[in-house]
Design a binder for this molecule. Structure first.
Ligand code: UT7
Length: 321
C-alpha cells in the first residue's frame, strides 16, 4: 500500500511586492537580491487575509482537481509556522470552512519543512488504513513575522499556500520519506519573542524572524546534499531515475549546489522562488503546482522533494506520480 498524490492546488495573494518596491524601502538592489537568492517578486497577503484563508483557497482547488466529493476527506494536516492564532489550529479552521467534521485535523510546526513533515505523517495514516483520503497543506503568512525595514530578511520571505489530496494506491505513490531535525541550531533562525517563553516585549522587532543567513546557508547545503544522496541510496535509485527535483525554495544557490552534487541537470530542477520568494511550508507545493500547470510534471514522473528550515528541521520524499 502506498499513498498517492492525486491532485495539487495552490494559492498566492494578488498583492505582489517586487524587488524594485523593496529598493525604495531598504538599502538593497534588484541585482543583489536576484544574484544572491533568485527572487524577483513575492506575493504578500493583504490585511484581511490570514494563513487559513490562503490554505482554504489552495485546498478548494486541490479538491476540485482531485475530482472527489469533499466528504471523502478524513484527515487534514497543515504545515505552518504562522498560524492564524495560537489555537484553534489551522487544520480545524480549514475543516470548518470546508463544512467538514468528525475526523482528525491538526497543524504541525516544522517551519520550512512543514509540508514534507505533513506529507510524511499523512503517508503513515494512509499506510495504517487510518485515512483513505487526506488533505495535506503547507501555508504561511510570513509577512506577519517579517521586519519590513530589515534588508537581511524582508527581501526573502513571502505568503502563500499549497495543498495536496492523497489516497491509498497499490500502484504508484510515495516510495520513500524520511524526516530529521537538530535543535542545536535553533538560534540561527528564530523569532525571539511571542507566545510562551517571552510573551511580551515593547520592541515590535522582537516578534519578527531573525536569521544568521550565511551560517544557515552552510548547514543547509551540507544537510540537503547528505539527505538527497541518502534518499536515493535508501530507495535504490540513481540520479538518472529522478525526473524532477522539487526543493524548498529558500535560495537558488543552495538548490544549484545540491543539484550539482546529485549530478542532476538544471532542466530537472523546479524553481519558483523567482515569483514566490521563500514561503516556508508552502514553497514545495507552490513549486510543484507551478510545474504541473505549465506542463512539465506529468503523471508517471518520479519526483524528489526536500526541505530544510528553522529548528533545524529537514526531510525528503520520493514519489511516483
Ligand atoms: O528557508 C529556511 C532556510 N533558510 C535558508 O536556507 C536561507 C539561507 N541563507 C541564504 O539564503 C543567504 O545566506 C542570504 C540570501 C540570506 C544572504 O546571502 P549571503 O550571500 O549569505 O550574504 P551575507 O549574509 O553573507 O551578506 C553579504 C553582504 C553583507 O554585507 P557586508 O557585511 O559584506 O558589507 C550584508 O550586510 O550583503 C549584505 N546584505 C545585503 N545587501 C544588499 C544582506 N542583505 C542584503 C540586501 N541587499 N537585501
Amino acid at each position: 500500500m502506498k499513498s498517492k498524490i492525486i491532485s495539487i492546488g495552490s494559492y498566492t495573494p494578488n498583492n505582489i511586492v517586487t524587488n524594485q518596491d523593496l529598493e525604495e524601502r531598504v538599502d538593497t538592489t534588484d541585482e543583489w537580491i536576484v544574484s544572491r537568492t533568485g527572487i524577483k517578486e513575492r506575493p504578500i497577503a493583504d490585511d484581511s487575509q490570514a494563513t487559513s484563508d490562503l490554505a482554504y483557497e489552495a485546498a478548494k482547488i486541490a479538491i476540485e482537481r482531485a475530482n472527489i466529493d469533499k466528504s471523502e476527506i478524513d484527515l487534514i494536516i497543515v504545515g505552518t509556522c504562522t498560524p492564524d492564532v495560537a489555537t484553534p489550529n489551522v487544520g480545524t479552521l480549514i475543516q470548518k470552512r470546508l463544512d467538514l467534521k468528525n475526523f482528525p485535523a491538526f497543524s504541525i510546526e516544522a517551519a520550512c519543512s512543514g509540508f514534507i513533515y505533513a506529507l510524511n505523517i499523512a503517508d503513515k495514516f494512509i499506510k495504517s488504513a487510518d485515512s483513505k483520503c487526506a488533505l495535506v497543506v503547507g501555508a504561511e503568512t510570513l509577512s506577519r513575522i517579517t521586519n519590513w525595514d530589515d534588508r537581511n530578511t524582508c527581501v526573502l520571505f513571502a505568503d502563500g499556500a499549497g495543498a495536496a489530496i492523497l489516497k491509498p494506491s497499490d500502484d504508484r505513490g510515495i516510495i520513500f520519506s524520511e524526516l530529521g531535525a537538530n535543535g542545536e541550531y535553533a538560534e540561527l533562525l528564530h523569532v525571539p519573542y511571542g507566545t510562551s517563553r517571552k510573551p511580551k516585549t515593547p520592541n515590535e522587532d522582537d516578534y519578527t524572524l531573525k536569521m544568521s543567513g550565511n551560517e544557515v546557508f552552510k548547514v543547509a547545503v551540507k544537510t540537503l546534499e547528505e539527505i538527497a544522496i541518502d534518499a536515493l541510496v535508501k530507495s535504490n535509485l540513481e540520479s538518472k531515475d529522478i525526473d524532477w527535483f522539487i526543493p524548498h525554495q529558500a535560495n537558488m544557490r543552495i538548490i544549484q549546489a545540491v543539484a550539482k552534487r546529485l549530478e542532476l541537470p538544471e532542466e530537472k530542477v523546479i524553481l519558483s522562488m523567482d515569483i514566490h520568494g521563500n514561503t516556508s511550508a508552502a514553497s514545495i507545493p507552490l513549486a510543484f503546482d507551478r510545474a504541473i500547470q505549465d506542463g512539465r510534471i506529468k503523471e508517471g514522473d518520479t519526483i524528489l522533494m526536500q526541505s530544510f528550515g528553522a529548528g533545524f528541521t529537514w526531510g525528503s520524499v520520493i514519489l511516483d506520480l
